[in-house]
Ligand binder design. Structure first.
Ligand code: SF4
Length: 372
């Protein structure tokens, strides 16, 4: 299955923890960007695709007609999709937006909530309130969209187990279909990076972060959601097909500035320079990108790293069929090291992270990627 990701990088304000490719919203730049994106889309050969995903940035910084026109263009190039997702900031949603998205083929919303706690929302630099989140979920139901997902964040400075539980329970009370729970990542070069350098004690240590992660798993599972990936929980049938394709090491096309693609064994990453992207797309030049062909051990290591993110883990039999590698032989030292420390387990045909191992997923997955 082919997935198509489209990056819409403008935001009405910039959150201090954010390390994505994004720019403050300015009308002329945002309009030029849509033209560049259209030019890039029109260069793509017509190819059936399984999923479309509009991510950002803040996709709904654009008005609904621009989004609908973009989706029509994408559908013409990539027919046959069964899931179309859009990320939203709740405070920007206007009456009628979600019905228009639904008519344009959107099936799934991913709402950037992060927290239901007003103090945490302020700390994160976000501008919405709880009433706006509730209104968006209600509007999504009225528009009969297939799946509604909320993004939540833990390890926010000032967050406590109690405030985190309250946010999780508020999400559960809304009865959404899917919840993503991400640990805050602080990157150098962001305002949060500078804050942490000045005041490291404002940030949660690993033990407190692990406690919050465990609370998320326990609360959401008790609420009827199945964890299917390190950060993702869904009611049955509401898993994100677009992301499942990433973790299955399936092919995808990334359109727009900073977007990543993986096709025919080549992983590539578009430039993160907005000016260079727009200039190249509008002039018909190749979009500047770094590209790398993944072969042999490197390709298998990537596939292991991605599959281990899912709770079902890696099927030893399927892996052998697809990559010609017996995981239990090829990666024996890594598998045994993490099995001994209780982070990996063998269950039937699968090698997978244990519940404790999910918190250390980056270390475990990284070890497969770099194993020589
Ligand atoms: S809205 Fe999203 S993409 Fe934009 S600055 Fe905030 S976190 Fe980053």
């Amino acid at each position: 299955m082919l997935g198509v990701y489209v990056h819409l990088p403008f935001c009405p304000y910039l959150c201090p923890y954010c390390d994505f490719a994004k720019w403050p919203l300015r009308g002329s730049a945002a309009n030029n960007y849509l033209e560049a994106l259209s030019a890039e889309i029109s260069r793509e050969p017509r190819t059936p695709a399984g999923t479309l995903y509009l991510g950002g940035g803040t996709p709904n910084a654009y008005d609904r007609d621009s989004i609908a026109a973009l989706l029509a263009r994408l559908r013409e190039r990539f027919p046959g999709t069964r899931e179309t997702s859009i990320e939203l900031n709740p405070e920007l949603v206007r009456d009628g937006d979600l019905a228009r998205y639904g008519a344009a083929g959107v099936t799934r919303l991913s709402i950037g909530v992060q927290s239901f706690d007003p103090a945490e929302i302020r700390t994160l630099g976000r501008k919405h309130n709880v009433e706006q989140i509730e209104a968006v979920v209600a509007a999504a139901r009225a528009a009969a969209l297939d799946s509604v997902s909320l993004d939540l964040m833990f390890a926010v400075p000032g967050q406590t187990p109690e405030s985190w539980r309250r946010s999780l329970r508020a999400a559960l009370a809304l009865g959404v279909d899917h919840i993503s729970a991400y640990g805050l990542t602080v990157e150098d070069g962001t305002p949060y990076g500078a804050w942490r350098a000045r005041e490291p004690d404002a940030f949660l240590d690993d033990a407190r972060e692990a406690q919050l992660y465990a609370i998320a798993i326990e609360t959401l599972e008790r609420g009827g959601y199945r964890q299917y990936e390190i950060s993702n929980f869904a009611r049955p049938g509401h898993e994100c097909a677009h992301n499942l394709n990433y973790w299955a090491n399936g092919p995808y096309i990334g359109l727009g500035v900073g977007a990543a693609s993986y096709r025919a064994g080549v992983r590539s990453l578009h430039t993160r320079s907005l000016d260079r992207y727009v200039a190249a797309a509008l002039s018909g030049e190749p979009i500047p990108a770094d590209a790398e062909r993944l072969e042999g051990r490197r390709r298998a290591g990537e596939a292991m790293m991605l599959a281990l993110r899912t709770t079902q883990g890696v099927s030893v039999g399927d892996f052998k069929n697809r990559y010609g590698i017996n995981v239990m032989e090829e990666y024996a030292p890594v598998v045994h090291r993490f099995a001994r420390t209780g982070l990996l387990e063998r269950v039937g045909d699968a090698v997978r992270l244990t519940r404790r191992g999910r918190f250390f997923a980056n270390d475990v997955c990284g070890a497969f990627l770099t194993f020589e």
